[in-house]
Design a protein. Structure first.
Length: 226
């Protein structure tokens, strides 16, 4: 008796959409994927969908979730740089593996990104006229951090830095804002607001980059990221 030939697997259709494709650094985004039979329109209710990101030409997993009774999954990602992503249905006994086309998350600089970069240099020794990445003076520190996180080029001088970005009142300052201390109207020291009345800065000879209490009240706040 001839063996009964197994039914050929079906290649499913996979659709995806995300809450947004432009996000602030440090934010989480939700991606919803739906898997269905393109011939019948019925949901595929068994199997897993994996979310992948492309870093340096290689696709890596951001986690996978089992499809529900509607053939849908919610996947979450927290990309820290602009990156391509896609969803992959991993297949089952009836359906083949299916990749979606690539999409793109655009990640914009945020105060959280600025603060994370500032914090990463904790312990770096002060050196006059140095602008990183191992040693800094005060304005060299702020110049380096904002250039790396936002691409914006600040001058290496606190007095001139106070003219950059958008002026913000002290009561409305946010994490990642530039703070420039003044003598009269002359800016002599710069730091990055860390919240709760603190800042990250490179204070003076013999000191190191760290989180320090804001001193005095004669300072201006400038916002370089939204």
């Amino acid at each position: 008796m001839a063996a009964v030939q197994a039914a050929a697997k079906v290649t499913p259709a996979v659709s995806i959409n995300s809450t947004t494709r432009t996000i602030k650094w440090g934010s989480k985004v939700k991606v919803t994927a739906r898997v269905y039979n393109p011939k019948t329109g019925k949901a595929v209710t068994t199997g897993y969908v994996r979310l992948e990101g492309n870093r340096g030409g290689a696709w890596t997993s951001w986690g996978q979730v089992k499809v529900n009774s509607n053939g849908a999954v919610n996947l979450y990602a927290k990309p820290l740089a602009t990156i391509n992503y896609r969803a992959v249905f991993l297949g089952n006994g009836e359906y083949n593996v299916k990749y979606t086309k690539g999409y793109r998350f655009t990640v914009k600089a945020s105060g959280a990104k600025v603060l994370a970069e500032a914090k990463s240099h904790t312990g770096a020794l002060y050196k006059f006229a140095a602008e990183g990445p191992k040693r800094f003076d005060c304005s060299g520190f702020t110049k380096y951090v904002y250039k790396k996180t936002t691409g914006k080029a600040l001058p290496h001088k606190a007095n001139t830095q106070q003219k950059y970005g958008k002026a913000v009142s002290k009561s409305n300052k946010q994490v990642g804002d530039l703070i420039v201390f003044r003598s009269g109207s002359y800016g002599y020291h710069a730091g990055i607001y860390a919240g709760g009345g603190y800042m990250y800065d490179s204070p003076h000879t013999g000191a190191r980059v760290g989180k320090h209490k804001i001193y005095g009240s004669n300072y201006v706040v400038r916002r370089l990221v939204a």
